[in-house]
Design a protein around this ligand. Structure first.
Ligand code: BTX
Length: 322
Protein backbone atom coordinates (compact mmCIF):
# COMPACT_ATOMS: atom_id res chain seq x y z
CA UNK A 1 0.00 0.00 0.00
CA UNK A 2 2.78 2.48 0.91
CA UNK A 3 4.48 1.90 -2.45
CA UNK A 4 1.16 2.40 -4.26
CA UNK A 5 0.54 5.70 -2.51
CA UNK A 6 4.02 6.96 -3.42
CA UNK A 7 3.53 5.76 -7.02
CA UNK A 8 0.32 7.85 -7.27
CA UNK A 9 2.11 10.97 -6.06
CA UNK A 10 4.99 10.28 -8.50
CA UNK A 11 2.43 10.18 -11.33
CA UNK A 12 1.10 13.60 -10.22
CA UNK A 13 4.19 15.62 -9.39
CA UNK A 14 3.62 18.76 -7.28
CA UNK A 15 -0.14 18.18 -7.24
CA UNK A 16 -2.51 17.81 -4.32
CA UNK A 17 -4.36 14.49 -4.11
CA UNK A 18 -7.33 14.42 -1.80
CA UNK A 19 -7.97 11.63 0.71
CA UNK A 20 -11.05 10.80 -1.36
CA UNK A 21 -9.13 10.49 -4.65
CA UNK A 22 -6.49 8.33 -3.01
CA UNK A 23 -9.00 6.08 -1.28
CA UNK A 24 -10.97 5.61 -4.52
CA UNK A 25 -7.89 4.78 -6.59
CA UNK A 26 -6.54 2.37 -3.98
CA UNK A 27 -9.90 0.97 -3.01
CA UNK A 28 -9.61 1.54 0.73
CA UNK A 29 -11.01 3.88 3.40
CA UNK A 30 -9.82 7.43 3.97
CA UNK A 31 -8.78 6.44 7.48
CA UNK A 32 -6.52 3.78 5.95
CA UNK A 33 -4.98 6.43 3.66
CA UNK A 34 -4.40 8.77 6.61
CA UNK A 35 -2.71 5.97 8.56
CA UNK A 36 -0.43 5.11 5.64
CA UNK A 37 0.49 8.77 5.14
CA UNK A 38 1.54 8.84 8.82
CA UNK A 39 3.65 5.70 8.32
CA UNK A 40 5.27 7.21 5.22
CA UNK A 41 6.04 10.38 7.18
CA UNK A 42 7.81 8.27 9.78
CA UNK A 43 9.81 6.70 6.95
CA UNK A 44 11.08 10.11 5.90
CA UNK A 45 8.57 11.21 3.26
CA UNK A 46 7.18 14.71 3.73
CA UNK A 47 3.64 15.77 2.80
CA UNK A 48 1.96 19.13 2.83
CA UNK A 49 -1.62 18.71 4.05
CA UNK A 50 -4.22 21.37 3.19
CA UNK A 51 -7.88 21.08 4.24
CA UNK A 52 -10.21 20.28 1.30
CA UNK A 53 -7.26 19.95 -1.15
CA UNK A 54 -5.55 16.92 0.37
CA UNK A 55 -1.87 15.97 0.37
CA UNK A 56 1.11 16.97 -1.73
CA UNK A 57 4.41 15.11 -1.67
CA UNK A 58 7.12 17.67 -0.89
CA UNK A 59 10.08 15.58 0.26
CA UNK A 60 11.56 12.11 -0.10
CA UNK A 61 13.91 10.24 2.20
CA UNK A 62 17.47 11.30 1.63
CA UNK A 63 20.38 9.02 0.82
CA UNK A 64 23.88 9.16 2.24
CA UNK A 65 26.65 9.95 -0.20
CA UNK A 66 29.17 7.22 0.69
CA UNK A 67 31.90 8.26 -1.82
CA UNK A 68 31.74 11.77 -0.36
CA UNK A 69 31.92 10.37 3.21
CA UNK A 70 34.96 8.28 2.25
CA UNK A 71 36.67 11.26 0.69
CA UNK A 72 36.29 13.21 3.97
CA UNK A 73 37.63 10.46 6.20
CA UNK A 74 41.10 11.01 7.58
CA UNK A 75 41.05 8.04 9.99
CA UNK A 76 43.59 5.20 9.90
CA UNK A 77 41.28 2.29 10.66
CA UNK A 78 37.78 3.36 11.73
CA UNK A 79 35.35 3.46 8.81
CA UNK A 80 37.94 2.46 6.21
CA UNK A 81 35.49 -0.25 5.13
CA UNK A 82 31.86 0.83 4.94
CA UNK A 83 28.94 -1.46 4.27
CA UNK A 84 25.92 0.66 3.35
CA UNK A 85 22.39 -0.72 3.06
CA UNK A 86 19.06 0.89 2.36
CA UNK A 87 17.05 -1.10 4.87
CA UNK A 88 17.83 -3.75 7.46
CA UNK A 89 16.42 -5.13 10.70
CA UNK A 90 19.37 -3.86 12.76
CA UNK A 91 22.86 -2.76 11.75
CA UNK A 92 24.06 -4.54 14.92
CA UNK A 93 23.06 -7.94 13.55
CA UNK A 94 24.91 -7.44 10.28
CA UNK A 95 28.00 -6.08 12.03
CA UNK A 96 28.07 -9.18 14.27
CA UNK A 97 27.97 -11.35 11.14
CA UNK A 98 30.91 -9.45 9.62
CA UNK A 99 32.80 -9.79 12.91
CA UNK A 100 32.26 -13.56 12.97
CA UNK A 101 33.54 -13.75 9.39
CA UNK A 102 36.78 -12.04 10.51
CA UNK A 103 36.14 -8.44 9.45
CA UNK A 104 38.79 -6.02 10.64
CA UNK A 105 38.53 -3.42 13.37
CA UNK A 106 36.80 -0.29 12.13
CA UNK A 107 34.39 -2.05 9.78
CA UNK A 108 31.28 0.14 9.66
CA UNK A 109 27.70 -0.82 8.80
CA UNK A 110 25.27 2.02 8.00
CA UNK A 111 21.58 1.75 7.15
CA UNK A 112 19.12 4.36 5.94
CA UNK A 113 16.35 2.62 7.86
CA UNK A 114 16.12 -0.07 10.54
CA UNK A 115 12.97 -2.11 10.91
CA UNK A 116 13.97 -3.57 14.29
CA UNK A 117 16.54 -1.12 15.65
CA UNK A 118 17.41 -2.07 19.20
CA UNK A 119 18.22 -0.14 22.34
CA UNK A 120 19.39 -1.43 25.70
CA UNK A 121 17.51 -3.99 27.77
CA UNK A 122 15.31 -5.15 24.90
CA UNK A 123 14.03 -1.66 24.10
CA UNK A 124 13.31 -0.49 20.56
CA UNK A 125 15.15 2.19 18.65
CA UNK A 126 12.99 4.14 16.22
CA UNK A 127 14.95 4.45 12.94
CA UNK A 128 12.99 6.08 10.09
CA UNK A 129 14.37 6.26 6.59
CA UNK A 130 16.93 8.74 5.30
CA UNK A 131 16.77 11.09 8.27
CA UNK A 132 18.96 9.72 11.01
CA UNK A 133 22.34 8.08 11.39
CA UNK A 134 21.98 4.40 12.25
CA UNK A 135 25.35 2.67 12.28
CA UNK A 136 27.43 -0.07 13.93
CA UNK A 137 31.19 0.02 14.33
CA UNK A 138 33.29 -3.11 14.86
CA UNK A 139 36.00 -2.82 17.53
CA UNK A 140 38.63 -5.35 18.57
CA UNK A 141 40.16 -3.62 21.61
CA UNK A 142 43.04 -5.13 23.53
CA UNK A 143 41.40 -4.86 26.95
CA UNK A 144 39.81 -7.25 29.44
CA UNK A 145 36.09 -7.95 29.07
CA UNK A 146 35.12 -6.03 32.20
CA UNK A 147 36.56 -2.80 30.73
CA UNK A 148 33.78 -2.64 28.13
CA UNK A 149 31.68 -0.03 30.03
CA UNK A 150 34.65 2.34 29.74
CA UNK A 151 34.33 2.13 25.97
CA UNK A 152 30.63 3.04 26.19
CA UNK A 153 31.68 6.23 27.95
CA UNK A 154 34.45 6.80 25.40
CA UNK A 155 31.91 6.48 22.57
CA UNK A 156 29.62 9.00 24.28
CA UNK A 157 32.48 11.49 24.61
CA UNK A 158 33.47 11.05 20.93
CA UNK A 159 29.90 11.54 19.79
CA UNK A 160 29.26 14.53 22.03
CA UNK A 161 32.44 16.25 20.81
CA UNK A 162 31.60 15.52 17.16
CA UNK A 163 28.07 16.92 17.58
CA UNK A 164 29.25 20.06 19.38
CA UNK A 165 31.93 20.66 16.78
CA UNK A 166 29.92 20.07 13.60
CA UNK A 167 26.36 21.03 14.57
CA UNK A 168 27.24 23.68 17.17
CA UNK A 169 24.62 22.66 19.73
CA UNK A 170 25.07 22.14 23.48
CA UNK A 171 24.74 18.38 23.68
CA UNK A 172 25.52 16.76 27.05
CA UNK A 173 25.92 13.18 28.27
CA UNK A 174 23.49 11.55 30.66
CA UNK A 175 25.02 8.53 32.37
CA UNK A 176 25.88 6.16 30.92
CA UNK A 177 25.20 6.62 27.23
CA UNK A 178 22.40 9.06 26.37
CA UNK A 179 23.11 12.29 24.59
CA UNK A 180 20.64 15.05 25.47
CA UNK A 181 19.87 18.60 24.48
CA UNK A 182 17.78 20.45 27.10
CA UNK A 183 16.76 17.13 28.65
CA UNK A 184 15.63 15.52 25.37
CA UNK A 185 17.36 12.58 23.79
CA UNK A 186 19.17 13.04 20.48
CA UNK A 187 21.28 9.91 20.45
CA UNK A 188 21.75 6.46 21.95
CA UNK A 189 24.75 4.17 22.16
CA UNK A 190 24.60 0.40 22.51
CA UNK A 191 27.73 -1.71 22.99
CA UNK A 192 27.35 -5.44 22.41
CA UNK A 193 30.23 -7.77 23.17
CA UNK A 194 31.27 -11.22 22.10
CA UNK A 195 33.43 -13.12 24.57
CA UNK A 196 34.96 -16.58 24.92
CA UNK A 197 36.23 -17.97 28.23
CA UNK A 198 35.96 -14.50 29.80
CA UNK A 199 38.11 -13.12 26.98
CA UNK A 200 36.76 -10.25 24.88
CA UNK A 201 36.63 -11.21 21.19
CA UNK A 202 35.06 -8.08 19.78
CA UNK A 203 32.59 -5.25 20.41
CA UNK A 204 29.90 -3.94 18.11
CA UNK A 205 29.26 -0.30 18.99
CA UNK A 206 25.80 0.78 17.79
CA UNK A 207 25.22 4.49 17.38
CA UNK A 208 21.87 6.11 16.70
CA UNK A 209 21.65 9.87 16.02
CA UNK A 210 18.38 11.65 15.26
CA UNK A 211 20.19 13.95 12.83
CA UNK A 212 17.52 15.31 10.48
CA UNK A 213 14.27 14.01 11.95
CA UNK A 214 11.42 16.51 11.96
CA UNK A 215 8.74 16.38 14.70
CA UNK A 216 6.42 14.35 12.44
CA UNK A 217 9.07 11.63 12.04
CA UNK A 218 8.79 10.74 15.74
CA UNK A 219 5.98 8.51 16.93
CA UNK A 220 3.62 10.11 19.44
CA UNK A 221 5.22 8.45 22.49
CA UNK A 222 8.68 9.88 21.72
CA UNK A 223 7.69 13.49 20.98
CA UNK A 224 8.13 14.68 24.59
CA UNK A 225 11.32 12.79 25.34
CA UNK A 226 13.26 12.96 22.07
CA UNK A 227 14.41 15.66 19.68
CA UNK A 228 16.76 15.93 16.71
CA UNK A 229 19.83 17.94 15.83
CA UNK A 230 17.91 19.56 13.00
CA UNK A 231 15.08 20.67 15.29
CA UNK A 232 17.50 22.00 17.91
CA UNK A 233 19.90 23.75 15.54
CA UNK A 234 17.27 24.93 13.05
CA UNK A 235 19.56 23.73 10.26
CA UNK A 236 19.74 20.56 8.18
CA UNK A 237 22.59 18.36 9.38
CA UNK A 238 25.23 17.17 6.93
CA UNK A 239 25.23 13.50 7.93
CA UNK A 240 28.45 12.69 6.06
CA UNK A 241 30.33 15.44 7.93
CA UNK A 242 28.96 14.30 11.29
CA UNK A 243 29.82 10.62 10.72
CA UNK A 244 33.34 11.45 9.60
CA UNK A 245 33.86 13.78 12.58
CA UNK A 246 32.60 11.10 14.98
CA UNK A 247 34.98 8.47 13.56
CA UNK A 248 37.88 10.90 13.79
CA UNK A 249 37.08 11.80 17.41
CA UNK A 250 36.57 8.16 18.31
CA UNK A 251 39.88 7.08 16.79
CA UNK A 252 41.84 9.79 18.60
CA UNK A 253 40.27 8.95 21.98
CA UNK A 254 40.65 5.23 21.34
CA UNK A 255 44.39 5.66 20.74
CA UNK A 256 44.66 7.79 23.87
CA UNK A 257 42.77 5.12 25.81
CA UNK A 258 45.13 2.36 24.66
CA UNK A 259 48.15 4.50 25.56
CA UNK A 260 47.06 6.07 28.86
CA UNK A 261 44.06 4.09 30.05
CA UNK A 262 40.68 5.40 31.19
CA UNK A 263 41.82 8.38 33.33
CA UNK A 264 41.92 11.02 30.51
CA UNK A 265 38.64 9.72 29.04
CA UNK A 266 36.98 10.00 32.44
CA UNK A 267 37.99 13.66 32.74
CA UNK A 268 36.55 14.41 29.30
CA UNK A 269 33.35 12.52 30.12
CA UNK A 270 32.93 14.42 33.39
CA UNK A 271 33.33 17.75 31.60
CA UNK A 272 30.52 16.88 29.16
CA UNK A 273 28.21 15.17 31.65
CA UNK A 274 24.80 16.56 32.56
CA UNK A 275 24.18 13.92 35.23
CA UNK A 276 27.06 14.57 37.60
CA UNK A 277 26.94 16.85 40.67
CA UNK A 278 23.17 16.95 40.79
CA UNK A 279 20.22 15.10 42.27
CA UNK A 280 19.19 11.97 40.45
CA UNK A 281 16.83 9.04 40.83
CA UNK A 282 18.17 5.54 40.21
CA UNK A 283 17.51 1.93 41.15
CA UNK A 284 18.96 0.07 44.11
CA UNK A 285 18.04 -3.56 44.48
CA UNK A 286 14.89 -3.12 42.37
CA UNK A 287 13.74 -0.02 44.31
CA UNK A 288 13.88 3.62 43.26
CA UNK A 289 16.10 5.82 45.41
CA UNK A 290 17.17 9.45 45.20
CA UNK A 291 20.61 10.84 45.79
CA UNK A 292 23.47 13.03 44.63
CA UNK A 293 25.53 11.81 41.65
CA UNK A 294 29.08 12.33 42.82
CA UNK A 295 31.46 10.80 40.29
CA UNK A 296 32.17 7.84 38.02
CA UNK A 297 34.78 5.25 38.87
CA UNK A 298 37.26 3.32 36.73
CA UNK A 299 34.69 0.69 35.87
CA UNK A 300 32.37 3.40 34.51
CA UNK A 301 29.96 2.94 37.44
CA UNK A 302 28.16 5.96 38.87
CA UNK A 303 28.86 6.74 42.51
CA UNK A 304 25.74 8.11 44.25
CA UNK A 305 25.37 9.50 47.80
CA UNK A 306 21.87 8.70 49.07
CA UNK A 307 19.90 11.02 51.36
CA UNK A 308 20.75 8.64 54.22
CA UNK A 309 24.44 9.29 53.62
CA UNK A 310 24.99 5.81 52.24
CA UNK A 311 27.21 5.69 49.13
CA UNK A 312 26.17 3.27 46.38
CA UNK A 313 27.49 2.26 42.96
CA UNK A 314 25.14 2.13 39.98
CA UNK A 315 26.34 -0.19 37.23
CA UNK A 316 23.38 -0.30 34.90
CA UNK A 317 19.80 0.81 34.39
CA UNK A 318 18.17 4.15 33.90
CA UNK A 319 19.01 7.34 35.76
CA UNK A 320 16.52 10.19 36.00
CA UNK A 321 17.67 13.77 36.45
CA UNK A 322 15.74 15.58 39.23
P1 BTX B 1 18.26 2.92 25.21
O1 BTX B 1 17.67 1.64 25.68
O2 BTX B 1 19.09 3.74 26.15
O3 BTX B 1 17.16 3.88 24.60
C1 BTX B 1 15.97 3.38 24.05
C2 BTX B 1 14.86 4.34 24.43
O4 BTX B 1 15.10 5.61 23.78
C3 BTX B 1 13.50 3.90 23.94
O5 BTX B 1 12.84 3.13 24.91
C4 BTX B 1 12.78 5.24 23.68
O6 BTX B 1 12.28 5.79 24.89
C5 BTX B 1 13.90 6.14 23.22
N1 BTX B 1 14.05 6.16 21.76
C6 BTX B 1 13.77 5.18 20.86
N2 BTX B 1 14.07 5.56 19.62
C7 BTX B 1 14.56 6.82 19.72
C8 BTX B 1 15.05 7.76 18.78
N3 BTX B 1 15.14 7.51 17.48
N4 BTX B 1 15.48 8.95 19.26
C9 BTX B 1 15.43 9.26 20.57
N5 BTX B 1 14.96 8.41 21.51
C10 BTX B 1 14.54 7.21 21.09
C11 BTX B 1 20.00 3.41 23.37
O7 BTX B 1 19.16 2.51 23.97
C12 BTX B 1 20.84 2.71 22.30
C13 BTX B 1 20.27 2.88 20.93
C14 BTX B 1 21.22 2.37 19.88
C15 BTX B 1 20.63 2.49 18.51
C16 BTX B 1 21.64 2.12 17.46
S1 BTX B 1 21.10 2.56 15.87
C17 BTX B 1 22.34 1.62 15.15
C18 BTX B 1 22.47 0.36 15.98
N6 BTX B 1 21.58 -0.66 15.50
C19 BTX B 1 20.66 -0.98 16.43
O8 BTX B 1 19.78 -1.84 16.28
N7 BTX B 1 20.85 -0.24 17.54
C20 BTX B 1 21.99 0.64 17.39
Amino acid sequence: MNEQIIALFEQHPDQFLSGEQLSEKLNCSRTAIWKHIEILRQQGYMFEAVPRRGYRLIGRPEKLDIPSLKSMLATKTLGRTIHYVDEIDSTQTLAHQFAEQGAEEGHLVIAERQTAGRGRMGRRWHSPKGKGIWMSLLLRPRVPLHFTPQLTLLAAVALCRAIRQTVKVEAGIKWPNDLLIDGKKISGILLETSAEDERLRYIVAGIGITANLEPEHFPEELRDVATSLRIESGQPVDREVLISSFLQQFEELYELYHEQGFAPIRLLWEALSVSLHRRIRCQKGGEYVEGYAESIDDSGALSVVLHSGERIKVYSGEVELR
